[in-house]
Design a protein around this ligand. Structure first.
Ligand SMILES: [Cu+2]
Length: 512
């Protein structure tokens, strides 16, 4: 409850005076940045319900120098989209007015350690700081969100998050649709007063906070009008703990063309799936031809039901004693607790406007990037969840020693390492979305474990990733070759697990 109070305190402290951002040594030497942005984290009162002001937080932004279109306002309770070009030198002034410490992590972006948004870089409310980086990532859909220790969950839940789109000239040769639509999915619980409801019980620390409805781009009950044309849809799961089983209500297959770190290569090709399993903070890109539907057609993006994997699901499923007592998911407890992991959810409605249809173009995905070879360096991390807390090789994030790095958390920069994650450390069997900062990686293999049969087909392991889901008992091997040496982090991206300390440093070392 203290954490909730800290967040609520934020709303009272909104008028705190602001110190100037502290001076920094420019990362660009004598060169000036191409784009200078300012992002202000502050209390906001979006109307998530008609005639109600929701107490929330939000990033507001402005372009101080460079392209005016480097920043696009979003809707509802979401921060602006940063629209960047590969190779651009970007400076961002971050201003904190939320009444609690905060820091921004540029999720999926390959940035220097000084810009990464490690919890030790958090600044108090009323102050600010400046980061600089050159956009190294390939064209794709990335994110920014808070990363202060123990406060990432509530600050994100109350509204601090936004998209980063990276574009590059070579995209124009691919034949992608001109219509480019972003969909940020965030499940939330909203009470009768129009207020966001965060943690309600200890169960929320264990399962992560789950909502009973899905905001799309910060708006509840989203209804979108689409032209009868092909679209490039970028879908980002920015939910604290929700796993989505994304599907179209008319059962058309999902045609996936990209993942966290951009488009698939030509060799990988379009991945056609009946549904897509999307863990927290993963992104996918879809090619969707709304022109294949009749004028006026109404279709919905939904999250289909899947076998429950949280504590409530396992207690109430299976028809055991607890199941009998609690009357299953739809029973008394189910009703009180609201939807648990795996319940069917409506996400957004799409209405196809009448109009001239343009044919779906053939897209030519980019040629393969040089493939990541098996590395000489091996790392191993065992995941466990005991006494309501997650552990990585038996360790947790330590505020007393926030920069601690163990021997098995060091790996060479600019060389390929293979990192095995094993979700078999005992305690509560649960899936975890694992994230590594400062790098995009390949998923080499997943082996064993209890991958639910009704989620397996939707797992997208193709392409570049910064986040992957790992099910109970599973071993997942990833290959990574960090470009920038420095102290970064790896952690569970279930925000309540992360805030509980299921997070560690990793050191990308310059080795000769
Ligand atoms: Cu976790």
């Amino acid at each position: 409850m203290t954490r909730r109070r800290e967040v609520l305190k934020a709303f009272a402290a909104g008028a705190a005076t602001l110190a100037l951002p502290r001076a920094v040594q420019s990362a660009f030497g004598a060169q000036e940045p191409d784009v200078v942005l300012r992002l202000v984290a502050a209390p906001a009162t979006p109307a998530l319900r008609p005639d109600k002001k929701t107490r929330a937080l939000r990033y507001a932004g402005e372009v101080l120098r460079g392209r005016r279109d480097a920043l696009r306002p979003s809707t509802g309770n979401l921060g602006p989209t940063l629209d960047l070009r590969r190779g651009e030198r970007v400076r961002i002034e971050v201003v904190n007015r939320i009444g609690a410490e905060t820091v921004i992590h540029w999720h999926g972006m390959i940035v220097p350690e000084a810009a990464d948004g490690h919890p030790h870089q958090a600044v108090p409310s009323g102050s600010g700081y400046t980061v600089e980086f050159t956009v190294r990532n390939p064209a794709g859909t990335y994110l920014y969100h808070p990363h202060p220790y123990r406060l990432t969950g509530p600050q994100t839940y109350y509204g601090l998050a936004g998209l980063i789109i990276v574009r590059e000239p070579r995209e124009s040769a691919i034949g992608l649709p001109a219509q480019d639509l972003e969909l940020v999915l965030q499940d939330r619980r909203i009470d009768g007063d129009g207020q966001l409801v965060f943690k309600r019980s200890m169960m929320d620390d264990m399962n992560g906070v789950l909502g009973d409805r899905v905001l799309v781009n910060g708006v509840d009950d989203a209804a979108l009008k689409v032209a009868p044309r092909p679209y490039r849809l970028r879908i980002a799961n920015v939910s604290n703990a929700r796993i989505y089983k994304l599907a179209w209500s008319d059962d058309r297959p999902m045609r996936v063309i990209g993942a966290d770190g951009g488009l698939f290569s030509r060799a990988e090709g379009i991945q056609e799936r009946p549904y897509v399993t999307l863990f927290p903070f993963q992104r996918i890109e879809l090619l969707e031809d709304f022109g294949a539907r009749p004028d006026g057609a109404e279709i919905a993006l939904v999250s289909r039901e899947f076998s429950g994997m949280d504590m409530m699901g396992s207690m109430m499923g299976g028809g055991g004693m607890m199941g009998g007592m609690m009357g299953g998911r739809g029973g008394m407890m189910g009703g009180m607790m609201g939807p648990s992991q795996g319940e069917e959810l409506h996400i957004a409605r799409f209405t196809v406007s009448p109009g001239a249809r343009s044919r779906a173009t053939r897209i030519k995905l980019p040629q393969s990037e040089p493939s990541v070879r098996e590395g000489n360096h091996e790392l191993y991390t065992q995941l466990a969840f005991r006494h309501m807390r997650g552990f990585l090789n038996g360790r947790r994030f330590d505020t007393q020693d926030a920069m601690a790095v163990a021997e098995d958390e060091r790996l060479p920069a600019r060389q390929t390492s293979v990192w095995t994650f094993a979700n078999d450390g005992g305690g509560m069997a649960m899936p975890h979305p694992m994230h590594v900062h400062g790098v995009q990686f390949r998923i080499l293999e997943r082996r064993g474990g209890d991958v639910p049969a009704d989620l397996r087909e939707g797992l997208i392991d193709t392409g570049w990733h910064d986040t992957f889901g790992i099910f109970p008992g599973e071993r997942v091997r990833i290959a990574l070759a960090p470009e920038i040496p420095g102290l970064f982090m790896y952690h569970c991206h279930n925000l309540e697990h992360e805030d509980g300390g299921m997070m560690r440093n990793c050191l990308f070392e310059s080795r000769t």
